[in-house]
Design a protein around this ligand. Structure first.
Ligand code: KET
Length: 479
């Protein structure tokens, strides 16, 4: 019998008065037993009695504690198991959507989460995604479990999408790949596998996507930071970045944003990537690419993979997590992939086996529908071209909103420079607003963005851009 079940069974055997009434009553009760074990009350003075589970106690109370094989906390004054649960804070990104939905102000704006909206402010389904979906419905497919590693065709096309058709390790069958629960799930699986195979820490840029830190911490890794962005100049701190990478312990895993860095929107140039690749080589670092915005950086999904492709050409055995949330607009379908470049096909097989061993007790196998959609699109040249064009359309709309936001702020006579808004790429504008300004924006103007001043440009539209610019001007002017 499981310990907790046994404890509950024993608890039910106590007289109701003992379960519900004051600890002083319990002081008179002795041990009760089941299945040759006993559950004995100790620490009877406090409201919260501790029941010690194990072999029979001796008379002294210190020995009573000593014999314990395990300790079961039993709240005697409540029936609920959850009474000790404190309220957790809302998520810094998803929590904003929750707050936004509760706000009844008619002109409220959600520029928190990175989720694309069309110019009418509505969620957007790519026409090519709709088309693929309709075809899938007509095919009347079954809903059997997928394999632990997901849909093989999806993994195949997803890897080609990122690494390119000409990728040598792909051709040599030495890339281990699995379908994951989108980018987040892939990051978590690989974090846990790293930890299991001896990594104690992981290096992430400062700043980085907020969720990287709890993902890797919960995977058992210590999260350390390398310099990335200079707030004073609203630019990449490239010297700081290189210095920090040069100083970190050899063999460490370094997380890199493949393109459209979140939250800053500032990517290294290809020359700078080359220097990062060289340092990674010298220090034998493990480059781990998080690729969540392939298509949103340059507007061309193929070009946005240039940095990771260069690392592979340079001979790095990289790990890569891909998300299909933003570029394919499949947010809620949870479509992603995790892949690891190995030295040999045999090594790749062994890595794959470990990824699978890890996935099976976590969530068994990934969902099918979204992977089928991506698979259908990327297996067809025509549909892939349509996708590239439609993805480009999203990136262009975002770019036009960057220009409009910056121009409006300048027209309003802002004394700050907003040049970085148009220099940055991807979904976000890292505005440089302070926490107080962000809070004022929310409280006074019902505009929801993250506390670090990140604005999801994907939520800015022709209709709300002026309202947003005026509100930003209001909370920042004169400071
Ligand atoms: N990596 C990065 C860099 C990233 O910005 C996100 C999502 C993810 C991975 C994970 O996405 P997934 O849907 O699990 O594939 N970022 C946006 C959404 C979120 O916070 O969940 C965001 O920053 O708003």
């Amino acid at each position: 019998m499981m310990l907790r079940q046994a404890a509950q069974a024993l608890s039910r055997r106590l007289p109701t008065t003992a379960r519900r009434s004051s600890p002083s009553f319990l002081a008179t009760t002795s041990s009760v037993g089941i299945d040759n074990f006993v559950l004995t009350p100790v620490n009877l003075q406090s409201k919260r009695d501790i029941w010690v589970w194990g072999s029979p106690p001796s008379s002294s109370s210190s020995n009573r504690r000593g014999f314990a094989d395990a300790v079961v906390d039993h709240e005697m004054t409540h029936d609920s198991h959850w009474s000790q649960f404190p309220m957790a804070p809302p998520d810094p990104i998803i929590g904003l959507t929750e707050a936004y939905l509760k706000d009844d102000f008619p002109d409220k704006v959600n520029v928190g989460v990175g989720a694309y909206r069309c110019d009418q402010g509505m969620p957007f389904v790519l026409p090519v995604v709709r088309e693929a979906e309709n075809e899938l419905v007509a095919e009347e497919l079954d809903h059997e479990y997928s394999g632990i590693a997901g849909c093989p065709n999806f993994v195949d096309v997803a890897l080609k999408f990122a690494y390119g058709d000409d990728c040598v390790p792909l051709k040599e069958n030495r890339v281990a790949g699995v379908q994951t629960l989108s980018g987040t799930g892939g990051l978590r699986v690989f974090g846990e596998v790293l930890h299991q195979f001896g990594h104690k820490h992981i290096y992430v840029p400062n700043p980085t996507w907020g969720n990287h830190i709890p993902i890797f911490t919960n995977a058992g890794l210590e999260v350390r930071k390398y310099r990335y962005y200079d707030n004073a100049t609203s630019n990449l701190d490239f010297n700081g970045l290189l210095d920090d990478l040069q100083a970190i312990p050899e063999g460490s895993c370094v997380l890199l944003h493949a393109c459209a860095h979140n939250p800053t929107g500032m990517d290294p140039t290809m020359e700078q990537w080359k220097q990062i690749s060289n340092v990674a080589k010298e220090r034998n670092l493990l480059p781990f690419f998080d690729c969540a915005y392939q298509g949103f950086a340059s507007g061309d999904a193929r070009k946005d993979a240039a940095a990771l492709r260069m690392f592979v050409e340079d001979g790095h055995n990289i790990a890569l997590v891909q998300s299909f949330s933003k570029n394919f607009g499949l947010y809620g379908q949870r479509v992603g992939a995790l892949s690891v470049v190995a030295d040999t096909p045999d090594e790749a097989k062994r890595v794959l086996s470990q990824l699978k061993v890890h996935i099976r007790p976590s969530y068994s196998n990934p969902p099918r529908h979204g992977a089928r959609i991506v698979s259908k699109i990327l297996s067809s040249e025509k549909k892939t071209d349509e996708f590239v064009e439609q993805c480009m359309g999203m990136a262009k709309r975002i770019d036009s909103m960057r220009i409009k936001l910056r121009n409006t702020l300048e027209e309003l006579g802002s004394s700050r420079s907003w040049e970085h808004v148009t220099k940055q790429i991807g979904m976000f504008a890292y505005s440089g607003m302070s926490k107080d300004e962000v809070v004022a924006l929310r409280e006074k103007h019902h505009i929801y963005c993250t506390l670090d001043g990140r604005i999801s440009m994907a939520g800015v539209t022709s209709k709300n851009v002026e309202y947003i610019a005026k509100a930003i001007h209001d909370v920042t002017e004169g400071k």
